[in-house]
Every structure is written in C-alpha cells, then in structure tokens.
Design a protein around this ligand. Structure first.
Ligand SMILES: Cc1cc2nc3c(=O)[nH]c(=O)nc-3n(C[C@H](O)[C@H](O)[C@H](O)COP(=O)(O)OP(=O)(O)OC[C@H]3O[C@@H](n4cnc5c(N)ncnc54)[C@H](O)[C@@H]3O)c2cc1C
Ligand code: SF4
Length: 551
C-alpha cells in the first residue's frame, strides 16, 4: 500500500482545461486544451530537460503545443514522501533488456518517468562543458565534434543557469570566466569539507558545486532545507526541476501537457512526413494530429520510438538513413572510493554533492587516456548505500550490518567520468513486447580500454585524496550514471541523425531535442547542457518557423 495517498499515477490530472498547481496543495492552474483532429504546430514527446524547454519557448513564441509524458503530474508538496521505497514511483522501471560486456544497470540511476522528466529525481549538479569538448575530435583527438560553437553555448548556459537560479560559488576555478551565479553557494556539508580538505592536501582546486537547489526563497518555492532527499524528489520545491520551472512556464504560455500519455508511434503520411502521434491514455490508444513532431524521451526511449515508427517510406525507422539511430549510446563512469572518518559526517544532510573538483577535466598533462572526469562529495541515502555495498562488495548479514553501523562516519568521492562514444553501444528493439504491445528496448554496452584507463586513474586519485583527508578502511565501487547519445547531432547526414537545429536529415518536420543528441558526453553531469542546447534549438526552430521553413 502506498505511503502517500496520490491518484497521480492512476488517473491523468492535466485534463479539462486545468493542470496541477505544483506550488499549492490540491490547487490547479488553467491550461489550454487542443482538439486531437486539428493539427497543432508541435507535438512534443517528453517533458524533461529537452521537451519542457521547447514547450515553454515555442508556446511563448505563439505556437500551439501539446507535450506528452508517460509519467504522472505530481504536486511535490503532497505527493512526495521522505521514503526511498515509496519514491521509486519516479523511476522509469519498465522492462528493458540490458546486455553487452558491461551491461548498464537501468532503473533508479539512469532515467525518470514523470512530468518534468528525470530532473524530478536528479541530484541537481549543474556544470558546464569544457569549451574544447564541443570540438573534441578537432582539438583533442577523440569522439565527434558538436555542430555548435562553445561561445554560443556559453550564452545559453547563462540563460539556463538563470532560469534554474543555480546556487554557485563567487569564483569558478576552471574554464573561461563566467558571470556570477544567480543564487549564493550553499553552506558546505561535512561530506563536502572532506573533499575540500583532501583536494587541498593533493594541491588541486575545488569549489562549492553549482547546484539547482535554491539557497534563498524564489516565488512560491522554499529554499533548501538540507534534509537530503533530493534523489527521491524534493518535497519543498527547493529543487529547480523542470516540474517547477519550465513545465509551469509552458502551461502559462499556452501549451497543453498530457500526463500519463505514452506515445507509441509517430505516424507518417504518403510523402514520408510526420503527421502526428499515437498515444495511450486512459487505457485507450488515441491520435493527435500535428504539423511537426519533436521527440524528447531521452537516450533509450527516443531511439525506441523512432525505430518503432518504421513505415514503408522509412523501413529502418524514422530519421535513420544513416543507420545511427540508437547508436553511440554513452554513460558516465560513476566509480567511487569510500572510507570511514574519525568524526561524525552524517553525509545524508543536504544535497549529496556540495563540493566538486574538475581538475582532471581541464588538466591533460600526465593522462594516459582521452576525456576527463569531475569528482564530487557524496551523500547516499541508507537503502541506496546498502544496495551498492551488496552489489559491489558482495557483503551480507553481519558484515553488512557492520558497514551500515558506520554509516554516519562514512565519506565518499565519486566521478562523473567521460566514456568514449562507440557505435557498438546501442539501443535496439527486441522481439519481446511490453504490456502496451510495444517492442521492449534492448541496450548493449561495453567499456573500451580508454574508459578503463580513465576509471583506474580516477580511483587512484580519489583514493589518495580521501586518505589525505583522513579516511581509513577504503574500498571502491564501480557503476554508471546518466545516459547520453543515441541520436547524434552533427553537420553531415552520413554521420549524424539530426542537424545542428535538432531537425532530422530525412524528415523535415521531425525533430529530436534531449540528451540523445550528445555526440560526446564530457566529464560533467548532462542536464545543464541539455537545457542550454534546448534553449538554442528552440531559438532555431522559432526562426525556421518565422521564415516559413516549417509547413
Ligand atoms: C538518479 C539520477 C541523478 C541524476 N543527477 C543529475 C545531476 O545531478 N545533474 C545532472 O546534470 N544530471 C543528472 N541526472 C541526469 C539528468 O537528469 C538527465 O540527463 C536529464 O534529465 C535528461 O533529460 P532529457 O530531456 O534528455 O530526458 P528526461 O529528463 O528523462 O525526460 C524524458 C521524458 O520523456 C518521457 N517519455 C519518454 N518516452 C516517452 C514516450 N514514448 N511517450 C511519452 N513520454 C515519454 C519520460 O517519462 C520523461 O519524463 C541524473 C539522473 C538520475 C537518474
Ligand atoms: S536537501 Fe534541499 S534540494 Fe534536497 S530534497 Fe531537501 S530541500 Fe530539496
């Protein structure tokens, strides 16, 4: 039985011209509704970092927009509990087949399912790419170049950070100068101070992590209460997820959001162009006509939908003349080193990663690998930590109790490490189908030697850093976080799925805008870059429409 009485997962809430007011218990805001049999300007699949930004910006530019999300429309104040098990409702837990030499653990740590997307349970770390990474092939000799200039992205990063009111340090130690973060940095937790002490002993810079959790009130959202439940959904609305930022802005600007609405297929006409989407809501398949379709379902569901929409004109799936849909899937290496401190840490207090070191993203000398990594202080909740002890260390029973008895004295450092884009790492459709009759996605993943060298370097450096901070009884775990790639954007139709404006090379009224566009992953968490890139693409689409290039 659910600990929190909520109908959000069982019955669509955004209906009859109103949507949940995410800032008030039980209240509503007015919302536009569009008929299904009249083509809207844009049908958007997904309301995460990519979809909600486009919905808000395109609606504000005067377009009719309907955005679909398979997940529920929550009011955090009433629907979220301080309970790890209850909050599993935020994860995308539908069946996915995971294989390859290093199968990715899919579920709680990789993608979400809610209006607002994965940001409803993300951990709020908001870092910018190193400028050279946008030209990693030309400048650094690996991966693929992005079809964008870093200076253009720098402006969109400013806009994205302002929209999410990022709390960050006065001076950021790495990369080109940036403006001041809109909100002051958070006070460092004991866990963050361990990273600070270790980094200083190792002679590398560190700083307070730029975080999408407000450090002072913002409108009806309360500032962070430092209770540390961020990964399972912030009940105070301090977390500036898409659910409390771009989604309400999209509704206010005239977009309609349809929750509990799973899109199963994009329809195409005899000319091969997209004509709308088939979606399942209230136990019925329905059809929304649209002049253009934008797919923003993230790195597994976006390729899955494009592949499942194959038709006689596009027998290998939509936007797939390059054969690259689903290929080039990336994760971030998420290896960690943990240790026991003499003093009490209580690492669950506050957002989990309040201090960061990007030294090895910006320093290339002495590396035997391409790419980089950031490492951050940690604060896993008890079940999360116990699960990683069981799966990584194989500890059970008395040994597990012993480790969990040290929980309040533990500290840890974890990387967000760049992995190489490889076409063999991919999303395909399996022969099995789910409860809706849709093919279950099959994900194949293996690290390459470069990825392993990066991980070894990181674990060695973090181990020495943690020891320098005073930790003992060190042990290591490995894992992955974040998904990227699968629908690479680029300049050349032969080597990419979409062009610089997210437009499919094959179908001119079909766009992709989410984390699947990443040609490379960088050594930082992806959301800020997805939002900044979506802001850029929104401007591009608005300009295409203004000059009559969208029919
Ligand atoms: C536990 C965790 C912690 C994280 N922490 C951080 C962090 O600290 N910093 C950071 O930068 N990133 C973090 N991330 C990653 C980040 O949240 C994602 O990279 C980002 O949200 C992806 O944005 P997106 O728009 O591509 O997809 P999403 O935000 O996942 O949005 C996709 C949406 O599409 C919907 N959808 C998918 N398919 C369909 C369909 N067929 N029909 C209808 N709806 C559909 C989904 O329900 C979902 O709501 C974290 C992720 C996890 C899981
Ligand atoms: S620590 Fe702050 S951001 Fe995290 S759940 Fe609590 S109030 Fe929200």
């Amino acid at each position: 039985m659910s600990a929190v009485v909520s109908d959000a997962e069982f019955r669509p809430r955004a209906t009859d011209g109103r949507a949940p007011n995410v800032f008030r218990l039980g209240e509503w805001v007015p919302m536009a509704t569009y008929p299904e049999d009249e083509a809207v300007d844009f049908a958007i699949v997904g309301t995460g970092c990519g979809g909600s930004v486009l919905a808000a910006k395109l609606a504000a530019a005067g377009h009719s927009v309907v955005a679909f999300d398979a997940g529920a429309f929550y009011r955090p104040l009433e629907d979220f509990a301080s309970d790890e098990r209850e909050q599993e409702k935020l994860y995308w837990l539908d069946e996915r087949i995971s294989g390859g030499d290093d199968p990715i653990e899919l579920g709680s740590n990789n993608s979400g399912r809610a209006v607002g997307g994965t940001t409803v349970h993300f951990q709020m770390v908001t870092l910018r790419f190193r400028p050279e990474w946008f030209r990693s092939r030309s400048l650094l000799g690996y991966g693929h170049d992005w079809p964008v200039d870093w200076r253009e992205m720098w402006n969109y990063y400013d806009a994205a950070e302002d929209a999410m009111k990022i709390a960050g340090p006065l001076r950021y130690p790495w990369g080109p100068p940036r403006g001041r973060y809109p909100y002051r940095e958070h006070e460092l937790s004991a866990s963050a101070l361990v990273l600070a002490r270790g980094a200083e002993a190792m002679g590398v810079d560190w700083c307070a992590t730029p975080t999408a959790s407000i450090s002072a009130p913002r409108g009806e959202a309360n500032p962070c209460a430092y209770r540390g439940f961020c990964k399972i959904g912030c009940a105070t609305n301090a977390k500036q997820s898409m659910l409390v930022t771009y989604v309400p802005w999209a509704i206010e600007a005239g977009a309609e959001i349809r929750d509990l609405a799973m899109v199963g297929r994009i329809e195409t006409g005899p000319d091969g162009r997209a004509t709308g989407v088939h979606y399942r809501r209230n136990s019925r398949w329905r059809f929304q006509k649209a002049k253009a379709v934008i797919v923003a379902g993230y790195s597994v569901e976006t390729p899955r939908l494009l592949l499942n929409s194959a038709c006689p004109r596009h027998p290998d799936g939509l936007a797939n003349s390059s054969g690259l849909v689903g290929k080039g899937l990336m994760v971030h290496a998420n290896h960690a080193v943990w240790g026991v401190m003499e003093e009490e840490i209580r690492w669950y207090k506050g957002p989990p990663s309040l201090a960061v070191c990007e030294h090895w993203n910006y320093e290339d000398a002495g590396k035997d690998f391409f790419g980089g990594y950031a490492f951050m202080s940690q604060g896993p909740l008890p079940t999360d930590f116990a699960t990683s002890l069981v799966s990584n260390e194989g500890v059970f029973g008395h040994e597990l109790r012993k480790w969990m008895g040290r929980y309040n004295h533990m500290a840890g450092l974890k990387i967000v490490g760049e992995t190489m884009p490889q076409e063999t790492n991919r999303v395909e459709l399996s022969d099995e189908t789910d409860a809706l009759g849709l093919p279950i996605p099959k994900v194949t993943y293996a690290y390459c030697d470069n990825d392993r060298r990066l991980a070894a370097h990181a674990q060695d450096f973090m181990g020495r850093t943690l020891e320098a901070a005073g930790a003992r009884d060190l042990f290591r775990t490995s894992g992955t976080a974040h998904l990227m790639g699968g629908c690479r954007m680029g300049e050349d139709p032969a080597t990419s799925v979409v062009g610089p404006d997210g437009r499919s090379w094959d179908i001119d009224n079909l766009f992709v805008c989410d984390g699947s566009l990443f040609p490379t992953g960088g050594g930082v968490n992806p959301s800020l870059t997805i939002v900044a890139n979506a802001l850029r693409i929104a401007d591009r689409i608005r300009d295409l429409a203004a000059r009559g290039d969208l029919r």
